[in-house]
Design a protein around this ligand. Sequence first.
Ligand SMILES: [Zn+2]
Length: 75
Amino acid sequence: MNPSHVFDPDLHEAGSTAAHGQCSYHAPGGEGNGTCTGEAVVSFQDREGRWQSGCPLALEQLVEQGEIEPLGQGG
Ligand SMILES: [Zn+2]
């Protein structure tokens, strides 16, 4: 399980979906399904160690799947 952080655009690659404050989890080419217009609320590292951003729905799904820790409970 990966730690989660309150969304911080500085963690993400400049010019990326996440750096623009949008959810990269549901973005085309991301790991999630479907489209999403949600604003990113969480920054987390995926299984390959890449920084991703997630909207509230993504956060919920990822915590449910045991992929990341709930916000505020990381070290
Ligand atoms: Zn999303």
